[in-house]
Design a protein around this ligand. Structure first.
Ligand code: ADP
Ligand code: MG
Length: 463
């Protein structure tokens, strides 16, 4: 492995095998995840117990743990591995009643640490609030909704059912609804591809693959969310392929979601793409005004029932919100909650201009794009560890993303060429110039490159 680029660090690790300097790890988190992510999610991670091959970390709440695990786990592990190579997994313990946790100083006996099986079960838990009853139909999701319901009526009719669409459009909600509907009579397994991988790796390290295989293959309904996560991960694809085949063989129903169509899953084996396309493929589109208004009205109704008080928003305000939240239903609901909270506190009907005022910072956020952020987004986009992208290795799968990141840093930040070079593991400014030239040239003549660059720019603005 060529992950450790600083030889001194290696010697340091060998000499002091056991003790991580937790403050140092925190500093690395802050540097590599960026201030915002760090202070929102990672700041309170405490080191509870350190073993040679794994760490027990404490976080304040279940919610924070789930958030970290679902979004940052790979990277957190990667970062701690940098300081201690022998580490290969992380367990989380929830310190629910601790008010504040200062890094490294948490003393409590090691109670019930989530073990493999428990934690699979934990993540298998369906959310009772995401059901068919409160999923609102619109022209953008009608086919996906109907197909989901049909699957529940008659198993194996469409196998697999593959639902795809952009962020916040209701994929997880639908998958969860299917799970709820079927769980009474079937052995339902509901897991995100990321969690699947987490358990996969954990089982390999624990030499417990038999259990892992059994566990997933005994389900009669297997629901896997965000399958795009397997892109570029060969071992995981191999395991997924076999799980998939043995489930289909015994006529288990499989339901899959992704952010793109099967044919668009780059760096996924052809045989898997063909399996994924073997049943019914449906997409969820961007919601129209009509659907957005319906969702808002339903939400207002729910709140009125719940709090037994009026919460009137004028049609103008509703239209305003629908218009501003173009694509993402999750965002729409977030904005609506804010407006409703305000109007309840102040007990008044809001005008559109008051509404604008409340939401000013939501809509007019001037996004600051930093080199850090570009590096993170690009390495995520190409599914390569940040450390590899910044390393000295020159293989194409690393060099191209690196060049793209340099190109974007030049285009989207005010940093000078030498500054950018320094941020890329101390490279010379001529390397940056070369990268900018190469990517400019490629993006002019290569459609794939042009599309990738645009997608990455979208991600940078979105995040
Ligand atoms: P995705 O998995 O596609 O990113 P989610 O399923 O997490 O999106 O949906 C985001 C939020 O929007 C959730 O709170 C979900 O309940 C809500 N939502 C999405 N579509 C609908 C819909 N048609 N009706 C009601 N709520 C919806
Ligand atoms: Mg989702």
């Amino acid at each position: 492995m060529e992950k450790n680029s600083t030889p001194n660090k290696k010697i340091f690790i060998l000499e002091e095998e056991k003790t991580l300097n937790w403050n140092e790890v925190h500093a690395a988190f802050e540097k590599n995840f960026g201030k915002e992510v760090y202070s929102s999610w990672l700041k309170n991670i405490a080191l509870i117990k350190e073993y040679n091959d794994y760490l027990v970390l404490g976080v304040p709440t279940r919610f924070i743990r789930d958030w970290i695990v679902s979004r940052y786990l790979d990277k957190v592990l990667e970062q701690v591995k940098y300081f201690k190579q022998t580490l290969n997994r992380i367990e989380f313990k929830i310190l629910e009643d601790s008010k504040s946790v200062s890094p490294g100083h948490y003393k409590e006996e090691l109670g019930k640490i989530t073990e493999i099986k428990d934690s699979i079960l934990n993540y298998n838990r369906l959310n009772p609030n995401l059901n068919f009853n409160n999923f609102i139909e619109g022209s953008s999701n009608k086919i996906a909704l109907t197909s989901s319901k049909k699957v529940c009526e008659q198993l194996s009719r469409y196998n697999p059912l593959y639902i795809y669409g952009g962020v916040g459009l209701g994929k997880t909600h639908l998958l969860n609804a299917i799970g709820l509907e079927l769980q009474e009579k079937n052995n339902v397994m509901f897991i995100s591809a990321e969690r699947f991988m987490y358990h996969f790796i954990k089982s390999i390290k624990k030499n417990d693959m038999v259990n892992f295989k059994d566990f997933f293959r005994k389900s009669s309904v297997f629901i896997i969310d965000d399958i795009q996560f397997i892109r570029g991960k060969e071992g995981l694809q191999e395991e997924f392929f076999h799980t998939f085949n043995s489930l289909i063989e015994k006529s288990s129903q499989i339901i899959i979601s992704a952010d793109r169509a099967p044919t668009k899953l780059d760096r996924v084996q052809e045989r898997i793409k063909s399996r994924l396309s073997g049943g019914l493929i449906v997409d969820i589109d961007i919601p129209d005004i009509n659907l957005k208004n319906k969702i808002i009205n339903k939400r207002i109704e729910d709140i009125q029932n719940q709090f037994k008080e009026n919460c009137n928003l004028s049609q103008d305000v509703i239209n305003f919100i629908s218009n501003e939240c173009k694509t993402n239903i999750r965002e729409l609901i977030g904005v609506l909650n804010r407006v409703i909270a305000f109007s309840r506190i102040h007990k008044k009907n809001l005008s559109v201009s008051e509404c604008k005022n409340i939401l000013k910072d939501v809509f007019n956020q001037t996004k600051v794009i930093t080199v850090d952020k570009i590096q993170n987004v690009v390495s995520n986009f190409f599914n390569i560890p940040l450390s590899e992208m910044l390393s000295q290795r020159r293989s194409r799968p690393l060099a191209r993303p690196r060049q793209i990141a340099m190109y974007l840093a030049k285009k989207l930040t005010t940093r000078s060429l030498p500054e950018i070079g320094r941020r890329f593991a101390n490279r010379d400014h001529t390397t940056v110039i070369h990268a900018v030239k190469t990517i400019t040239r490629l993006s002019e003549k290569d459609d794939e490159m042009k599309k990738n660059i645009n997608n990455i720019k979208d991600l940078l603005i979105e995040n």
